[in-house]
Design a protein around this ligand. Structure first.
Ligand SMILES: Cc1ncc(C[n+]2csc(CCOP(=O)(O)OP(=O)(O)O)c2C)c(N)n1
Ligand SMILES: [Mg+2]
Length: 447
């Protein structure tokens, strides 16, 4: 390797070190003189005039036997707009959202929080069978939902209730689903938190991890063919990204140039498995370039940064008809679900840090206070009002009957086949014969 040029002080293009002394090697690029393996072997050296002709290859030949070290580069940066105290240091990054929009963001984030508390408690009291809270991730929901067109199709994982709330899913709708009562659009046939709404373009949750990912790629392909100028957004956890279906989804979307935003909520845990035991690479974002996808990592606790990211991703998706991967860094403050006890696998105080010090709700509130749009008195009033709204919806849902049990046989087939009809008749006969063992009084009557 012929070293030319003098010594200069700058940032090494290879190891990105600032303190090292540099040499210019071959092309005018700054390479650290450090003896570190990553730096000394950083430049491509080719003694060949031809370029690789292998199908799918787009690089050069090299005479260096050099492994690609995953730690050679600094981590992918986290895009942020707002500091923890609600300041926007780079004015050109301010999304300039109007007061009404920011207040709606705050109202939805806090209402979701209050709803989570009440429904979590109601599970603990045995009133519903299961629940999952969204604590800490409210900024990823509301920031992303606000940047979309309401006609864009949403595929969720299960911890995205704020997206639905932003689109207009009412407290009653959430409660009816969790109680599985006659008001539930799913007719009481799903576990709590498996929401869905055709009117709001939100595909019903299926908690089998990552199934929504390849469906989202397929839906985006259909959108592309329909040329409807809409995109698909697919939410998933960093844990779900370890499923094989995630690979299929990324690769289909990339090779078929599908307008889909893959929005990863990296909240640090897949139930009890922390990210350090889930992967060795630089999070989920580092996988994007491997699939040929444009990629961005964002501070998920910064609602404005999430908003800007999804808005830009949406434009890109539609303009260039290609998928975008966004990794939103956040933290799951609550237990995974009511079936989990996170004190068994994380230190006391760890979640508390995120609840108090780095929390999306606190951050947007600090912004609103700086703008003079919010104060303690408004906060107190809103907290009282939102709590009573949640409690009212909760009491109404609890008082409603459960659906007619016969409905469990509907909606899988367009026309119920004979063998299912037979099962339905057997169920009715059995229940009628052993009435005293079934809580028929809380259900709508069978025909
Ligand atoms: C195919 C499949 N495997 C395992 C599970 C059990 N399971 C449910 S949620 C979960 C963790 C998912 O973690 P992540 O994707 O990070 O989402 P988060 O819960 O953190 O929001 C697991 C393993 C499942 N539902 N589906
Ligand atoms: Mg997770």
């Amino acid at each position: 390797m012929a070293a030319v040029g003098g010594r200069i002080v700058s940032r090494c293009v290879s190891c990105l070190s600032r303190t090292a002394v540099f040499r210019r090697i071959h092309r005018p690029r700054n390479i650290c003189t450090s003896t570190a393996v990553c730096c000394s072997k950083s430049e491509n050296v080719s003694h060949f005039e031809d370029k690789p002709e292998f199908p799918g290859s787009r690089s050069q030949f090299t005479s260096r036997l050099e492994f690609l070290e995953p730690d050679r580069f600094e981590g992918i940066p986290v895009y942020r707009v707002m500091s923890r105290n609600g300041e926007i240091p780079e004015k050109d990054q301010d999304p300039h959202l109007d007061k009404e929009t920011v207040l709606k963001m705050y109202h939805d984030m806090t209402l979701l929080n209050t709803m989570d508390r009440i429904l979590y408690e109601s599970q603990r009291q045995g009133r519903i069978s299961f629940y999952m809270t969204n604590y800490g991730e409210e900024g990823t929901h509301v920031g992303s939902a606000a940047a979309l067109d309401p006609r864009d199709l949403v595929f969720g994982q299960y911890r995205e209730a704020g997206v639905l709330m932003w689109r207009g899913f009412k407290l009653e709708n959430f409660m009816d689903q969790c109680y599985g009562n006659v008001g539930d659009k799913g007719k009481g046939r799903q576990m709590p938190v498996h929401y869905g709404s055709k009117d709001l373009n939100f595909v019903t949750i299926s908690s089998t991890l990552a199934t929504q990912m390849s469906q989202a790629a397929g839906a985006a392909y259909a959108f592309k063919r329909a040329q409807n100028n809409l995109c698909v957004i697919c939410y998933f956890g960093e844990g779900a990204a370890s499923e094989g279906d995630a690979h299929a989804a990324f690769n289909f979307a990339a090779t078929l140039d599908c307008p889909v935003i893959f929005f990863c909520r990296n909240n640090g845990y897949a139930i009890s498995t922390p990210t350090k035991d889930q992967y060795r690479g630089d999070g989920i974002a580092s996988r994007g370039p491997g699939y040929g996808m444009v990629t961005l990592r964002v501070d998920g606790n910064d609602t404005f940064a999430v908003y800007n990211s999804v808005k830009a991703a949406r434009d890109l998706c539609l303009r260039e008809s290609r998928p975008v991967l966004i990794e939103a860094m956040t933290y799951r403050i609550g237990h995974h679900s009511t079936s989990d006890d996170s004190s068994m696998y994380r230190e006391y105080g760890e979640a508390g840090y995120w609840a108090k010090k780095d929390n999306p709700i606190n951050r947007i509130r600090a912004y609103m206070e700086r703008q003079g749009w919010w104060d303690e008195k408004q906060e107190q009033e809103w907290m009282k009002d939102s709590r009573s709204r949640v409690l009212e919806a909760f009491s109404k849902a609890e008082a409603q009957k459960k659906p007619n049990p016969e409905l469990m046989f509907d909606d899988v087939y367009d026309e119920i086949p004979e063998h299912i009809k037979k099962q339905k008749d057997q169920m009715k006969q059995h229940v009628n014969q052993y009435k005293e063992f079934y809580p028929l009084d809380i259900h709508e009557e069978m025909t």
